[in-house]
Design a protein around this ligand. Sequence first.
Ligand code: FAD
Length: 389
Amino acid sequence: MDHQHYDAIVVGGRCAGAATAMLLARGGLRVLVVEAARPGTDTLSTHALMRGGVLQLHRWGLLDAVVAARTPAILATEFAYGDEIETVDIRPGGGISALRAPRRTVLDPLLLEAARAAGAEVRIPARVTRLLTDGSRVRGVEGIERGTGMRFRATAALTIGADGRNSTVAQAVDAPFRRRGTASGAVVYGYFPGLPRDRYRWAYRPEVAAGVVPTGDGLACVWAGTASARFAQQRSASLDATYLSLLTEAAPELARSIGAAPRVGPLRAFPGQPGWIRGCTGPGWALVGDAGYFKDPITAHGITDALRDAELLARAVLEAPRGGQAQLDALADYERMRDRLSGPLFDITERITSYQWDLGELRERLLELSQAMRPEVDALLALDRAPAA
Ligand SMILES: Cc1cc2nc3c(=O)[nH]c(=O)nc-3n(C[C@H](O)[C@H](O)[C@H](O)COP(=O)(O)OP(=O)(O)OC[C@H]3O[C@@H](n4cnc5c(N)ncnc54)[C@H](O)[C@@H]3O)c2cc1C
């Protein structure tokens, strides 16, 4: 069996994993990334980035490539509370004058290529099947390449689980749940041409929500959502009928306007899953992205958080790359910072996902959400003022 040693192994090569690997490799570490999906494939996710996410791509020198992929500039966010519409312009700041919402088929390969360009070794498509441990700490992984069926073993000072909601790494180390949400929302989405390209649109009416996320290829992602329990009851044999019914209820004009142009590609549905925050560090292991912290997509913040935490984790590892107590201490700082920045957003997301609000309360929660994003952006901007890792 093939066996190599690295400074860090990253399990999962989408936004959290590829970004972490890129930063570790840029920092001079020997890094392996193992990703189970085929290169360039889509995943179940809409892709609205918030300011922190766009800022990270800018800081890492990758925003130009997103723009070159003809991902339109989002200059405003429109909130529809019933029939009442409020538009908030995107303020220029921190080198960012517009938001962007690249498809995952653009963003994830871009990050993975940047990791490879920085020197990371990438095994794709290949699946990690188990962790190697010596009873006191994680030592590495065993896996299998799809296609060739070749089995491999890799050891490292640190194994990072960036393997999403059903993380093999989090399960293997039994990462403790620090918070468990109870609210769960369902969302159905598809892609349509011919919609305005310069703004996110979020629409809310009692028990339902909808949104428009303009992206590349002249398309916009149009989603409609409700509480998971209601979705389970309402879902008829036809996903199209359920989607149109939710969209018509949340944003009747939007439902009419997508009727004018044929949808591009299939509808995709997420039935929902309550969120969590798990302990994300231990002897020889760490978690980043959804593997350690998942919240309902209604606040469209998972990718932004993944890009933030990739950097917080990479900086901690680069402080103490050889492992031991110094690494555990640096990782503990990463976990504290992640939790400090994530807690308020987690709570607000829980409340919005419950769909048990009236439009007045919802407006207040969305204002809180906007305020809760500021410390995150400030923390990212402060990284450039701190000594480089
Ligand atoms: C319906 C929906 C809509 C969303 N909309 C938004 C949005 O608009 N904006 C936003 O910011 N966030 C959104 N999110 C959240 C966002 O998708 C996640 O937060 C984000 O994908 C987390 O990235 P990640 O890299 O941690 O995990 P993932 O993107 O899930 O990637 C994990 C990767 O790990 C790989 N993997 C898993 N197990 C193994 C293994 N054993 N070996 C090797 N590889 C493995 C998988 O193949 C996968 O590619 C949405 C989520 C959902 C479900």
